[in-house]
Design a protein around this ligand. Structure first.
Ligand SMILES: NC(=O)c1ccc[n+]([C@@H]2O[C@H](COP(=O)([O-])OP(=O)(O)OC[C@H]3O[C@@H](n4cnc5c(N)ncnc54)[C@H](O)[C@@H]3O)[C@@H](O)[C@H]2O)c1
Length: 324
């Protein structure tokens, strides 16, 4: 049994990690300030497994708190961040503080533990690639072209992570996520991601709203694949992955029109999207080359998009108003 610290563990990805780790019998400590995360994502888990999971309510920028919460921790899965591109364009300095300086604070706290933390896995983003090479799958050795403070801050995190591996012997792995989706993703925030947004609209009998022509594509990656990528990133030998940046996606290109069509097929009735003007700065096509993840982590996406969408729709339908 190992102890995992999940920063951002009340958020979408963090809460799914918490559930998976508890199911595997691991000890879980969550650090979250509940800024975008939701207590209900982990409330039942905390109540059902009081010996196995703890919630520490606080901020990753609080160094003394980080020192206490990291004591005895084997693995840190760092997901605390403000995860919105749009928000970052409005609040670039705040984005730098929480997403970049916050990550540095987590890395520095891991260093202060003096070698007991075996791995720090951190969440970064395909936003790093910007709009270059729109007709190619994105590879980690492609040039980056951040189009937002969010993307720039996430790139900064990758650089810090590599530095901490190189000079402080804190073994890190930066997972560059493509569009992650699944249960517990917040459909109600003003910055909601497209899958929960469309699923909620469809379940409430509203038309999904598409910005642009709907032919923009994404590599939608079901959450279970991301959970297994995190566990692999913890457990493959450090010399194989320390300081690396690794794409995590499914390698599938799905347009927003495909997404609407597949949702309609699952629901068994037509869905007519509403088209709005395209948004500035939106990347047209984004899909992952996952060769490095396969090679270094032994990662293979077990749940493809169509199956993941069906699971997500069922989860939101079962959760009803509680999911929103
Ligand atoms: N969801 C995706 O498709 C996606 C894609 C690329 C990268 N990511 C990254 O993955 C991570 C998790 O994303 P998510 O979709 O689960 O987002 P989320 O908003 O659901 O989770 C983020 C969590 O971090 C917490 N948090 C924010 N600031 C904090 C702070 N200062 N101290 C402590 N906790 C804080 C929030 O309350 C929330 O629980 C983020 O780093 C995000 O940038 C997500």
């Amino acid at each position: 049994m190992s102890t995992y610290l999940l920063t951002g563990g009340c958020g979408f990805i963090g809460a799914n990690l918490a559930h998976a780790l508890v199911a595997q019998g691991e000890q879980v400590r969550i650090l979250d300030n509940l800024r975008t995360g939701r207590y209900k994502n982990v409330g039942k888990l905390l109540a059902d497994h009081p010996q196995q999971v703890e919630l520490w309510r606080g901020d990753i920028l609080d160094g003394p708190l980080l020192d206490r919460v990291m004591r005895g921790v084997d693995y840190v899965l760092h997901h605390a961040a403000m995860p919105s591109v749009t928000w970052s364009v409005e609040q670039p300095i705040e984005c730098e503080r929480i997403n970049a300086a916050g990550t540095l604070a987590v890395l520095e706290a891991a260093r202060r533990q003096g070698g007991t933390v075996q791995r720090v896995v951190l969440a970064t983003s395909c936003a790093a690639y910007g709009d270059l090479r729109p007709s190619e799958a994105k590879r980690e050795d492609h040039e980056v072209a951040p189009l937002s403070p969010y993307a720039a801050a996430k790139l900064t995190c990758e650089h810090y992570a590599a530095v901490y591996s190189r000079i402080y012997q804190v073994p890190t792995v930066a997972l560059r996520y493509f569009n992650v989706f699944g249960p517990r993703q917040d459909p109600s925030s003003q910055y909601a991601a497209v899958v929960p947004n469309f699923v909620r609209a469809a379940l409430q009998g509203r038309r999904p709203r598409i910005f642009g022509d709907g032919l923009q594509s994404r590599d939608f990656c079901f959450i279970d694949n991301v959970v297994s990528a995190n566990l692999l990133a913890c457990h493959v030998p450090a010399e194989q992955v320390a300081g690396q940046v690794i794409n995590i996606g499914c390698g599938e290109q799905v347009t927003l029109l495909d997404l609407v069509a597949q949702l309609a097929a699952l629901l068994g009735h037509p869905l007519e999207p509403e088209f709005l003007p395209a948004r500035d700065g939106e990347v047209r096509h984004s899909w992952a080359d996952i060769g490095r993840a396969r090679q270094l982590l032994g990662f293979a996406p077990a749940v493809r998009f169509a199956a993941g969408l069906a699971l997500t729709l069922r989860w939101f339908a079962d959760a009803g108003e509680d999911a929103v």
